[in-house]
Design a protein around this ligand. Structure first.
Ligand code: ZN
Length: 190
């Protein structure tokens, strides 16, 4: 072991800085209204810690995965700054915003298997992060039924994405179980 990692640390920090600026002023839907950037940071952290991923471009794409969908970032901008590989992975994680929400959700299930292995892993980590938030800080104003529908949909998407990283898939199952307990506990109280 040389002790030298191939991970390009400056590129990862450049992505963090870029995403933090792009998501500036945005908040998560939970009652703690956490800064939006917490979510892409968590997705990259899950890929590295749980998924064992050290590939720079996958981690960078994870940090940037919501910039096309939720900010004014363009694909050209991503290509120029972070390269073709990162841009195409982010694109694979982006829904077509022209379509109605229910159609976009259906297509996430339908298109899951066509995605690259890298994009599938990012999407599983994304679903892990969102599932954990659903348990710990559910979106304000969501009725119990809507939370249950979200959980069922998320499970279907991850089922279709699976087969790329066993550790991520096992971690998703644990987070899912935890969230189901939290959600059923909360319903008893209300
Ligand atoms: Zn996301």
């Amino acid at each position: 072991m040389s002790g030298k990692s191939d991970t390009d640390i400056p590129k990862i920090f450049a992505a963090l800085k870029f995403a933090a600026e792009k998501h500036k002023g945005q908040h998560r839907k939970g009652k703690d209204a956490a800064p939006y950037i917490n979510h892409p940071i968590e997705v990259a952290e899950i890929l590295a810690r749980v998924g064992g991923i050290s590939d720079t471009d996958i981690l960078v794409a994870a940090i940037l995965h919501d910039t096309l969908e939720d900010t004014h970032t363009t694909a050209d901008e991503l290509r120029t700054i972070f390269g073709d590989n990162v841009m195409s992975m982010v694109k694979e994680c982006t829904d077509d915003k022209e379509l109605p929400k229910t159609e976009r959700k259906r297509l996430q299930i339908e298109h899951a298997k066509d995605k690259s292995a890298a994009a599938r892993q990012i999407k599983i980590a994304d679903k892990i992060s969102n599932m954990a938030s659903m348990g710990s800080a559910p979106p304000v104003g969501w009725p119990h039924e809507r939370i249950l529908q979200y959980i069922a949909w998320s499970e279907k998407v991850v089922q279709e994405l699976s087969g790329v990283n066993q550790r991520l898939e096992d971690f998703y199952s644990r987070v899912l179980e935890q969230t189901q307990k939290q959600v059923s506990g909360k319903q008893g109280k209300s």
